[in-house]
Design a protein around this ligand. Structure first.
Ligand SMILES: *Cc1c(COP(=O)(O)O)cnc(C)c1O
Length: 424
């Protein structure tokens, strides 16, 4: 393949017009939409209107007149379409970490009621740290055991000791995509519940929460949903579980009738009880614009079409890097069915300065440090997320070329690239 063929793929790409929905700085190849999605063109004007009109002029009346109160459900229904959930089953609120605390608590409460002898939470050793910290804290609080395993060991651990299997669908370090259906089924056959974190899958890969047998799910608003820095997250429960227990953060927005101001808590029906406090209206306005960029793909084939393009982009980039940069090891799965929307490369020593040198060239990926205490995860990683809504095949081609040049010229050796910054 050559660059002309990459350009031809762009010319034939039926999703290409979606790039126009984004405000991308000229000359930038942005491969970090898995960490912070790009600004949609509609967002600034929408947030401006909410600030000047809804807040500035209509003030408190906007809770009713502008539908502020319904934003968690309204945007939740839109996200539900992307993840295989039904309308009214998913709400937007709080952060991913906080939502995980809620659903893991609820899952553990169900397990404690149905099968109190089950004392284990099982997760993946290289799961995203906040997920592991939340699980660790709940395990301490309830006297349970958090068991961490490698991906291939998980099915074998599903037995009568397990209360909850808690996994992130696409691993943030490796880009490995778990088989949600098979693992949820393995958990269920062992009598456990399956909690899924969709931080790197909502808006990136097709997700079918209902079809794949998930029990609970959470996900992130600022990654592939393009909701903006610190955007609110989402939370979903299978309707058969939603009303079994209170979630632990029983705030007034999860009350059946918040504006009755009664002293006693009565949980709302369904997923609404997973709300806690007042909705973050400005952030929700921005998030809705981000989610709308994904719904704009629906007439063009939706998540299935985005997935096909994402796989084509990541395979093109991975193949070019393997041809040009033999010193980098491909960590993300080469098989399409096991790869999320990112390409991860490993290098023992120079991953950090190489990423910095690429950023200086306008190719933005990121760096994730290895964990020396963990044999399978010790190595430093260069991570490149591919968002099919706005990336072109020529971008994938050029990014690999830049990476090759940074390595072959030794450009990464410049002192400015070696200095570690606070946010990697
Ligand atoms: C990005 C990410 C988070 C982020 O959690 P916050 O509460 O938004 O900081 C959590 N879990 C996973 C798996 C992630 O990838």
């Amino acid at each position: 393949m050559n660059r002309e063929q990459a350009l031809a793929l762009d010319a034939a790409d039926t999703l290409a017009p979606l790039r126009e929905l984004f405000s991308l700085p000229d000359g930038l190849i942005y491969l970090d939409g898995n960490s912070l999605g790009v600004l949609p063109r509609a967002t600034a004007a929408r947030v401006q209107a909410v600030v000047t009109q809804e807040w500035g002029c209509d003030l408190i009346r906007s809770w009713n007149s502008a539908g502020w109160m319904d934003l968690p459900q309204r945007i939740g229904d839109k996200i539900a379409r992307l993840v295989g959930a039904g309308a009214g089953e998913l709400v937007v609120a709080d952060s991913t970490s906080v939502n995980l605390f809620k659903v893991l608590s609820a899952a553990l409460a169900i397990a404690a009621a149905d099968a109190p002898q089950r004392r284990r939470i099982v997760s993946e050793r290289s799961n995203f740290p906040t997920d592991l910290y939340i699980a660790e804290s709940l395990a301490r609080q309830r006297g349970l055991e958090l068991v961490l395993a490698e991906p291939d060991e998980i099915t074998g651990l599903m037995d009568e000791r397990v209360a909850v299997l808690m996994l992130t669908h696409v691993n943030y370090r490796t880009g490995r995509l778990h088989d949600m259906a098979a693992l949820s089924q393995a958990a269920h056959e062992a009598g456990a519940l399956a909690v899924w974190d969709l931080a790197h899958s909502a808006g990136a890969v097709p997700v079918d929460l209902r079809g794949d047998g998930a029990d609970f799910a959470v996900g992130c608003g600022y990654k592939y949903l393009n909701g903006g820095p610190g955007a609110p997250a989402f939370v979903w429960c299978h309707p058969r579980h939603a009303e079994r227990f209170w979630q632990p953060l029983a705030g007034w927005m999860g009350h059946a009738a918040p504006f009755e101001f009664t002293p006693g808590y009565r949980p709302a029906a369904g997923i609404a009880r997973y709300l806690c406090g007042t909705p973050a209206v400005l952030s929700l306005a921005a998030l809705e614009c981000g989610v709308d960029t994904l719904l704009a793909a629906e007439p063009l084939g939706g998540m299935a079409a985005l997935r096909a393009k994402s796989l084509a982009l990541t395979s093109l980039f991975a193949a070019r890097v393997q041809a040009l940069c033999p010193e980098l090891a491909l960590i993300s799965p080469p098989q399409d069915v096991r790869r999320g929307s990112q390409v991860c490369l490993a290098h023992g020593e120079i991953a950090y300065p190489v990423v910095q040198a690429l950023i200086a060239r306008g190719v933005i990926g990121d760096f994730r440090a290895g964990d020396p205490s963990h044999p399978a995860g010790a190595v430093d990683i260069l991570r490149f997320g591919f968002t099919p809504l706005y990336l072109r095949f020529a971008d994938a081609w050029d990014a690999a070329e830049h990476l090759h040049q940074v390595l072959s010229t030794g450009e990464w050796r410049q002192p400015a690239f070696i200095q570690r910054r606070a946010v990697t």
